[in-house]
Ligand binder design. Structure first.
Ligand SMILES: [N-]=[N+]=N[C@]1([C@H](N)O)O[C@H](CO)[C@@H](O)[C@H](O)[C@H]1O
Length: 825
């Protein structure tokens, strides 16, 4: 059927039009009428109605893309931490006004329906959320692009606290329906695993190798709309779900072995069953490698077979696509493309390698050696024998070149080999990505420098032009416009609404920092956001805090390098100062310490620290001597949705990782953009935040990365800091002596002894500098108007941290692709 016969209708953008559409969806979509509709029925009907307003743009974007065949970006990521979709769709479609009015006319509160949406927690933390911000910016900048990932049946676990201890519950996000996805079983892809390889002579007499797979599964794509901000473009996010080729074996069933009849299905489904809940601590499990290869194989096959026109000349692939590898998780795509070109399409190795080297780019997100994935050759050889062969050949040819460049330097050759020999023979995925990728980037200036100087220094010496930096960013649509409507209103009133897609324009707010009335309204909005948080925490978690206290926030995954323990030692020090009588309670600045943090279920120390934070919180929150001036709030299950209320309410943003450990951080950017001041080390993107907002508006403390390196090289002995600093000693002794555990000295002993005897992330070494910085915070906060002025300047000077700017940097430095004007506006 020709396109002209398939006119794409755009729904009527009026209140009446919306109400009609909504009721139609309720009746014909949900099969209920208003009198019997549940909140979930109404939410699902609303979601589908809102989809209609984006559908025509989506289809025209796809058509247009098919016509222009412009160079595109495929963002390969094992994680996409999308957050709730409803409000983002309302914002992008610019219909939040008519929807609110329409629902009100039906006696429905939009906020009730908002709460019905389950957040798709398809990611662990920063890396997953960055991917979500990036696809939002790609669409808003009108860049032809597609996100490829995994549709986990269960996302990041739901965190609950039992007696203060983390207990994980499965994330049943699909349970009540998933209105934002479109399954396309007809575009399913078969993915092979296992088996062996064999060599043979092809028709031209060349010796070739081919894969004889052992088993296979089917990948079913689920498409999600990725709407640009009111620009007519809707890109696609394609998430793959695994199922068995033969989901049910009737013969086996008829033989009475019912369980066996569905064994294949259960086995296959496991591949996309659940997200691995580790952030920066990969476990190297076989199922994880199956997941990585599964979505990569589906995505490459989909792009080459379904997205590209049938007659596309693949030697021109570099002009048509760049596959951005989000960390090492999708790096198996490199040997997969070689296999598709050499084995399936009969190309020569040289021609295939020439193309492969141009179409991949790799983003590294960490500095922790243990976070750089390696796969044992045993496991790879068993699961993907042909890919291992291809990796061996890539490595052999690479090392031959290295030997040419550095004759008689076998140590360097061994250091640079993609195959590690120790502690076991394993493939270093970051090295494979660096050898094959056209570009390698870090995610903040300091991080990229440390990649060049330390983590990948041999490679930056060998490939000097390959290394670059793209500092992370966050989407201003979700993290300012949507989650902080009051501040957005004030900004738009002051400088117009262009900032939503051109965040650098926040600079125009700078003069208003000196405008008392503007400051008054800014402070009023911050207090309003605090009140919103107070109400949410009371309803959601039964936590009581005051909107009049300073809100000091530390929300991020629980990891020792992020140093939640340093924050806790400050809380305990304040507690000790008051309870010891050193500091009269009425001289204490009312402060709420808000924490949000999930620990990987297998990360014992992280779970201990969560237990300790809750124990300290319980003691402080129930101690009458503190007169509720100090409060600890640790709502469970920190996620994107909670962040959307927490971040706009914050006064102080805790970014206190050990210098040289946090690649970038992105929470730090969200807080600065919402008018919180940062207390932080010179680590990751903190350095660039401080440089832009100014030293007067940032509380810097702690050792720098070079100082850390010197102390560690010289041999760090944490106990000497304990011995030398009575304040530190008192704080640690409180934990050791059971102040927060009813006198039980064993329960948190591992935390204390780790700090005293190992303290890998120099908590004790940075303690005093941190406490001094916190005293500066207290003094600064006493001058509320001065604080507000700094907060305004933080907002005005943080426009750089838009993910739109990051994407422009990727386009200029790595992708060499252009935005394409949307098909229609
Ligand atoms: N994996 N990983 N890496 C991280 C985060 N943990 O997800 O990626 C984030 C996104 O690049 C960074 O901001 C953060 O510093 C880094 O630790």
């Amino acid at each position: 059927m020709s396109e002209s016969l398939d006119p794409i209708t755009v729904p009527d953008r009026t209140v009446e039009g919306f109400v009609q559409e909504f009721l139609r969806e309720l009746h014909f979509g949900q099969g209920v009428d208003m009198s019997r509709a549940s909140t979930n029925d109404k939410y699902l009907a609303l979601a589908r109605t809102v989809r209609h307003h984006l559908m025509s743009r989506w289809m025209q974007t796809l058509r247009h893309q098919g016509q222009v065949q412009a160079k595109s970006v495929a963002y390969l990521s094992a994680e996409f931490l999308l957050g709730r979709q409803l409000d983002n769709a309302l914002l992008a479609a610019d219909i939040d006004g008519i929807v609110t009015e329409g629902l009100t006319s039906l006696g429905i509160d939009l906020d009730d329906l908002r709460q019905a949406e389950q957040e798709p927690g398809l990611g662990n933390g920063g890396l997953g959320r960055l991917a979500a911000c990036f696809i939002d910016s790609l669409a808003t900048l009108s860049v032809p692009s597609i996100g490829y990932g995994i549709r986990y049946e269960y996302g990041i676990f739901r965190q609950t606290f039992v007696d203060g201890w983390q207990v994980e519950q499965p994330d049943t996000w699909l349970e009540l329906g998933s209105p934002w996805e479109f399954p396309h079983p007809e575009a399913a892809v078969k993915v092979n695993f296992g088996g062996s390889t064999e060599t043979y002579i092809d028709d031209d007499g060349n010796a070739r190798s081919r894969w004889l797979p052992g088993w296979s599964v089917i990948g079913v794509p689920y498409n999600y709309m990725v709407p640009g901000y009111r620009n007519g473009r809707v890109n696609t996010l394609r998430l793959w779900s695994a199922r068995a080729e033969k989901s049910f074996d009737l013969q086996i069933f008829n033989s009475g072995d019912y369980a066996d009849a569905v064994r294949a299905q259960t086995f296959a489904e496991n591949i996309s069953k659940v997200l691995y809940p580790e952030d920066s601590t990969p476990q190297g499990k076989e199922l994880r490698l199956q997941q990585q290869y599964f979505f990569v194989a589906c995505s490459l096959a989909d792009f080459l077979d379904n997205v590209l026109p049938g007659d596309f000349d693949l030697t021109k692939l570099p002009d048509r696509i760049v596959f951005q590898l989000n960390d090492t998780h999708p790096v198996i795509a490199i040997p997969e493309l070689m296999r598709l070109l050499v084995d399936d399409r009969g190309w020569s190795w040289e021609d295939a390698w020439a193309v492969t080297q141009q179409v991949f780019a790799y983003t590294c997100h960490t500095l922790l050696p243990e976070a750089l994935e390696v796969w044992s050759v045993d496991l790879l050889g068993r699961l993907l024998p042909r890919h291992l062969e291809i990796i061996y050949r890539i490595n052999d040819e690479f090392l031959a070149q290295v030997r040419k460049a550095y004759p008689d330097d076998e140590l360097r050759v061994r250091r640079m080999s993609i195959i590690a020999e120790f502690p076991e023979r394993a493939v270093r995925m970051a090295f494979l990505a660096t050898v094959a990728g056209a570009k390698v980037n870090g995610v903040a200036e300091l991080h990229s420098q440390l990649l060049r100087d330390k983590v990948l220094n041999d490679f930056s010496a060998y490939f000097p032009d390959k290394f670059t930096n793209v500092t992370n960013g966050v989407t201003p649509r979700r993290f300012v416009r949507m989650s902080n409507p009051a501040l957005s209103g004030l900004i738009t009133e002051a400088i117009g609404e262009g900032w939503v897609t051109d965040l650098g324009r926040l600079r125009e707010l700078e003069p208003l920092a000196d405008d008392a009335e503007f400051r008054r309204r800014f402070a009023e909005i911050k207090r309003g956001n605090k009140t919103r948080l107070v109400d949410l925490l009371a309803a959601r978690d039964g936590i009581e805090i005051s909107p009049d206290a300073m809100l000091d926030v530390m929300v991020k995954r629980l990891h020792e390098y992020k140093r939640q323990m340093l924050k806790l030692l400050h809380v305990i020090t304040l507690y000790d100062r008051v309870t010891s009588g050193e500091l009269p309670i009425d001289q204490v600045t009312p402060r709420t310490f808000a924490f949000g943090a999930k620990a990987a279920p297998g990360y014992k120390m992280a779970k201990q620290i969560i237990g300790l934070i809750n124990a300290v919180g319980r003691t402080i929150n129930t101690d009458p001597a503190l007169e509720r001036r100090l409060r600890v709030a640790f709502p469970a299950n920190y996620n994107v949705t909670l962040a959307e209320t927490l971040v706009p309410a914050a006064d102080l943003s805790e970014q206190i990782s050990l210098a040289g450990k946090e690649a970038s951080g992105t929470g730090n950017m969200k807080f600065a953009l919402n008018g919180a001041l940062t207390i932080g080390t010179d680590d990751g993107a903190n350095v660039e935040i401080r440089q832009l907002v100014g030293d007067d508006h940032f509380f810097l403390f702690g050792l720098t990365e070079p100082e850390v390196a010197d102390i560690v090289d010289a041999g760090y002995r944490p106990s000497t800091y304990y011995a030398a600093n009575p304040t530190l000693r008192r704080a640690l002794d409180h934990i050791a002596h059971g102040t927060f555990s009813g006198g039980d000295q064993r329960v948190f002993e591992p935390v204390v002894s780790n700090l005293l005897h190992e303290d890998r992330f120099l908590v004790l070494a940075d303690f005093q500098s941190y406490i001094d910085a916190q005293d500066r915070v207290e003094k600064a906060y006493a001058d509320q108007d001065g604080w507000t002025r700094s907060a305004v300047l933080n907002v005005a000077r943080s426009g750089f941290f838009s993910s739109d700017r990051s994407i422009k940097d990727y386009l200029d430095r790595i992708w060499h692709a252009e935005p394409v004007a949307p098909p229609f506006v």
